[in-house]
Design a binder for this molecule. Structure first.
Ligand SMILES: [Fe+2]
Ligand SMILES: [Fe+2]
Length: 367
């Protein structure tokens, strides 16, 4: 992935355009007066908010940029402001964008040159349908993020198609192949949403849910952490243990999901319920609403199991991946917090789902 650096006058007042770009790509942000040559040395793209920077401070930026070398650079200016334009020229910035440039347009330009954060590079031996479905789901998740940050409608048809593609990959290539491919995703955040979706679909299958219910659960799982869109990717995909403060920020995502999804006209209440409540526990010790027992629906209980299980088996820079047995053991040890009778059924998903699916595939192939 390319390294993106943003330089602003004041971290508290980052221009909307840079803020939006930072939600689609992990970015490092520095204030003009703090930036040093070393911060820019290995950057691929530097976005500089020229407006409002004082001449003296911007000359420090110019020196750091000149010494740092090869990064592509863009200056953000106030449309029609001559002083900004002259400053950008003096800084030697390669391109100039208006601060009010539509974010989608700016992102398209960045992605054409540097690639999209949602691109997944998979090994050549990845089966075709699995590869197609993983790329499609990653792209759909990226479009969901973009629609939230640009305040437009969620691409629900694209989400539904990604779920269908995944079910087809399960059928043709097996669930294990799909789960392995998903874990090649460079972003933990995307990988997590995709794994949870895969487990939710496999769980729905083992429970014998209808096609429509499986499609609903798949879409809900894809959107279950949508509130994380408001949390910088630099925190979400941080390659180290989170600080208490960062963890607290992440804990706000279910409430953010409620805000996002409630403002969408075509989202079913069940999807909102899953997104808002998958961190609730049956004994009332979860968050954000401290729901208890019957207040937590069966779909939410299923998603909670898939969510915790996926988080445990994921490998992070600061923790090894749990084996399926270890991860399942953690869920068992959670006792009354989660639905233990559903967890018994999830056992098949954790340990044997591909075996079951293979037997089913062979049976249907032989008539
Ligand atoms: Fe979550
Ligand atoms: Fe999650």
């Amino acid at each position: 992935m390319f390294r993106l650096v943003m330089l602003v006058t004041d971290l508290e007042h980052c221009p909307d355009l840079l803020h939006t770009i930072g939600q689609m790509h992990p970015a490092e942000i520095f204030e003009h007066r703090d930036v040093a040559e070393a911060d820019l040395k290995s950057a691929d793209l530097v976005l500089v908010d020229v407006a409002e920077g004082s001449d003296a401070v911007l000359s420090g930026v110019r020196d750091a940029l000149a010494r740092a070398g090869n990064a592509a650079s863009v200056g953000l200016v106030r449309g029609g402001n001559r002083r900004d334009k002259m400053q950008a020229d003096a800084l030697g910035l390669g391109r100039i964008w208006s601060r009010t440039r539509p974010a989608k347009e700016a992102l398209r330009e960045i992605e054409l040159q540097f690639g999209s954060y949602t691109d997944v590079s998979l090994p050549a031996e990845t089966p075709e349908q699995t590869s197609l479905s993983v790329q499609a789901m990653s792209a759909a998740l990226g479009e969901c993020t973009l629609s939230v940050v640009t305040d437009t409608l969620l691409p629900l048809a694209q989400v539904a198609r990604a779920v269908d593609d995944t079910l087809e990959a399960f059928r043709l290539d097996g669930i294990d192949a799909w789960m392995s491919a998903v874990q090649m995703h460079h972003s933990h955040t995307y990988c997590h949403s995709m794994l949870v979706t895969g487990y939710a679909l496999a769980f729905a299958d083992v429970l014998g849910l209808s096609k429509a219910e499986r499609a609903f659960l798949g879409a809900a799982a894809m959107l279950h952490d949508v509130g994380k869109v408001y949390i910088p990717l630099s925190i979400l995909d941080k390659p180290a243990k989170l600080t208490d403060e960062e963890f607290e920020i992440i804990r706000q995502h279910p409430v953010r999901s409620r805000e996002i999804l409630s403002a969408q006209p075509n989202i079913s209440p069940e999807v909102i319920d899953i997104a808002v409540h998958h961190h609730e526990y049956l004994d009332g010790s979860g968050y954000p609403d401290r729901l208890k027992g019957d207040q937590i629906s069966q779909s939410v209980r299923m998603l909670t199991i898939c969510d915790i299980y996926a988080a445990l088996i994921e490998k992070r820079a600061y923790k090894p991946a749990y084996s399926p047995r270890q991860a399942y053991g953690v869920l068992v040890d959670m006792g009354p917090k989660i639905d233990q009778s559903l967890l018994k059924i999830f056992r098949t998903v954790a340990f044997e789902v591909d075996k079951v699916a293979t037997v089913k595939r062979k049976a249907s192939a032989t008539g």
